[in-house]
Write a protein that binds this ligand. Structure first.
Ligand code: NAI
Length: 400
């Protein structure tokens, strides 16, 4: 006889979501202050915001903040990362939220369509899915403007969608404040935390190779070293490679480090950083992990095609036996390691408080002064970056 725990009721799920959100809300002082301000100024009154963003507790606090400013919200998550207890709580609080953790890709696409069917006039996007959908529908004229959370969405807006977006889209990732506060320091901290949480292995004295010395890679390399790791960096941009060398890291091409590294972490946003040639040379027992947005930095199909045997050792750990007796350990199937495994925390509360205040003030600018912004993808206005930096310094007590 198999005993399975009964599914929690939606009331139980909502209560669990509410409790988790309460802790997070209590540690997001910037958004708390914005809620008070928005409740007075009501910048979103009469606007409907269509959203597609990871549905987790920090996002719930962002949605509450926008709602306090008068927004009507229609939301869905990103594929695979939706937290059902958070959704249950938001629905209980009267928001229209589509999606659940186990949605198939087709169901996820149907959820995106439902958000657009609700005819939002402002978009809060992650990966440019909503912007692409509105262009495909020929409905871009009814959009006032929006925001885009990621680098990858910004690339899409400036690539395949260039010239087809008649409304302003503020790309949150193009903010220097976010690059410092989130990509460098929060990703650095959470990737190291995730490596320890997923594997329970030691950092001090271990040999790490970090691919990419952009904002995320810099943070990962620095935090690993601060815990005593020996860190090498692989970087294709000579200026950043130079910076890594002067920062004291070993710098070399990936293939030269294949039998030196014990743990390889990709942070480039580009495909095939670890590919067949690397797998042919990598040392026995090496751990492979990725923190970039797309699950393509480690060429998992090539790895699996050459594998003699694949054994799942834990929820986020696979042992991949290679021909000739070597093996590698793949974390999270090559997907973002800091959102993987049991109880993933993602990036720190403070970094998301900062990042979501960037979202809130950029959306406020769109709602109240879209005409002052050019059409298409653009960075966060400099005055917003500087205003938030000042607020963050005050919140940290660092202005004293
Ligand atoms: P970035 O553009 O600052 O840095 C990427 C670096 O990788 C660049 O310096 C580039 O020259 C280098 N690079 C490109 N191809 C390479 C290769 N084949 N080998 C070695 N280096 C190579 O970008 P950023 O902000 O560091 O983001 C990196 C990725 O991380 C993106 O996919 C981004 O979406 C993602 N990201 C992940 C987060 C997380 O929580 N896991 C949070 C924020 C961003």
């Amino acid at each position: 006889m198999t005993l399975t725990a009964p599914e929690p009721s939606s009331a139980e799920l909502a209560a669990r979501g509410a409790a988790r959100i309460a802790w997070i809300r209590s540690r997001m002082p910037l958004l708390a202050a914005a809620r008070t301000e928005f409740a007075r100024t009501r910048p979103f009154a009469g606007h409907r915001i269509g959203m597609s963003l990871h549905l987790e507790p920090k996002t719930a606090v962002l949605l509450e903040t926008l709602e306090a400013g008068g927004a009507e919200i229609v939301a869905t998550g990103n594929h695979g990362s939706t937290q059902d207890d958070v959704v249950a709580h938001l629905r209980g609080a009267g928001m229209t939220v589509h999606g659940r953790r186990d949605d198939t890709l087709d169901e996820h696409h149907a959820n995106l369509a439902k958000v657009l069917d609700a005819t939002p006039d402002i978009l809060l996007d992650n990966g440019a899915d909503l912007a692409a959908g509105i262009v495909a529908r020929g409905a871009a004229a009814r959009i006032l403007g929006g925001t885009e959370e990621t680098t990858s969405g910004g690339d899409r807006l400036r690539g395949e969608l260039a010239g087809r977006i008649p409304f302003p889209v503020v790309v949150i990732n193009d903010s220097l404040l976010k690059a410092i506060g989130e990509n460098k320091h929060a990703v650095g901290q959470s990737v190291v935390e995730s490596f320890m949480r997923l594997t329970n292995l030691m950092v001090p004295g271990r040999r790490f190779v970090v691919a990419g010395y952009g904002w995320c890679g810099r943070g990962v390399a620095h935090y690993l070293r601060q815990l005593g790791g020996k860190v090498a960096v692989v970087e294709v941009d000579e200026l950043k490679a130079f910076e890594a060398a002067l920062d004291g890291f070993r710098v070399a091409p990936m293939l030269d480090l294949a039998d030196w590294g014990e743990v390889f972490i990709t942070a480039t946003g580009r495909p095939g950083v670890l590919g067949a040639e690397f797998f042919a040379r990598v040392a026995d027992g090496a751990v492979l992990a990725n923190c970039g947005h797309f699950p393509w930095e480690i060429d998992v199909p090539a790895l699996m095609a050459g594998a003699a045997e694949v054994t799942r050792l834990d929820e986020a750990i696979e042992r991949v036996a290679l021909p000739g007796g070597r093996h590698v350990v793949l974390l999270a199937g090559g997907r973002m390691m800091n959102l993987a495994g049991r109880e993933p925390k993602g990036n720190s509360l403070e970094s998301m408080d900062l990042g979501f205040l960037l979202q809130s003030l950029s959306l406020e600018r769109v709602a109240t002064a879209a005409g002052s912004l050019p059409a298409g993808a653009q960075p966060v206005p400099d005055d917003i970056d500087r205003e938030i930096a000042r607020r963050m310094l005050r919140a940290m007590g660092a202005d004293r």
